[in-house]
Design a binder for this molecule. Structure first.
Ligand SMILES: [Zn+2]
Length: 215
């Protein structure tokens, strides 16, 4: 568990700056600042004004790209207390890093200039739970679960909570897959312009459990 909230709480508020102008460290801090407000019940991004909508017509300037689970309980805009247009979010059950998810994240880096890429899993993930008891099944759900099965297999060799370990393994696998398969992401991280993070969101506490920080 990595917790930067203490230093974060006293950091300068940069939450109104355009996302594209941020460094990876500033983007990371902005994300953590929003999460801290969420934890403290001090969310400030609760309204979308007509002015906001008009601004969005002319373009988007997100400061982070997030690959998250489609689960209804893990909405990034709420968890990180951000506005429409701040987060470029790719959501799919089990936060798997397939071709289309990878392509979407690459778009965010190459064309939108995000400096932070986050893979966010969560405790009690139904997709990961299903993968732990996976048996051959036809169709799209079977193909999706097959993407999670290797993480489930790794978790079975670990002591402790099976589902929690499988969730963490699945996040790390997605990070590693993106780093290995995507020259765009790998090069951006290697050059120091982009930071890649893998974390697990705790449904009960709202905390973030950091599994990977690269760059
Ligand atoms: Zn899930």
């Amino acid at each position: 568990m990595t917790d930067t909230h203490e230093t974060n709480a006293n950091a300068e508020d940069n939450s109104d700056l355009p996302g594209q102008g941020l460094t990876r460290e500033e983007a990371f801090r902005r994300m953590l600042d929003g999460h801290w407000r969420y934890l403290m019940n001090e969310r400030k991004n609760t309204d979308t004004t007509n002015e906001d909508r008009q601004r969005h017509v002319h373009g988007q300037y997100p400061f982070v790209a997030i690959l998250g689970c489609a689960d209804s309980r893990v909405s990034p805009e709420l968890i990180f207390d951000q506005r429409q247009g701040d987060l470029f979010v790719v959501r799919v059950a089990g936060n798997v890093a397939g071709d289309f998810e990878q392509a979407s994240l690459e778009y965010a880096i190459e064309h939108l200039g995000v400096k932070l890429v986050v893979v966010m899993g969560h405790e009690h993930c139904g997709a990961v739970k299903a993968a732990l008891s996976y048996t051959e099944m036809p169709g799209a759900i079977g193909r999706l679960l097959q993407e999670i099965v290797p993480a489930a297999r790794n978790a079975r060799e670990m002591p402790g909570d099976l589902l929690g370990n499988a969730v963490r393994c699945n996040v790390c696998r997605a990070v590693d897959t993106l780093m290995a398969n995507s020259a765009c992401i790998g090069d951006a991280v290697a050059s120091g312009s982009v930071r890649m993070i893998g974390l697990v969101y705790d449904l009960a506490s709202g905390d973030l459990d950091f599994q990977r920080t690269i760059g």
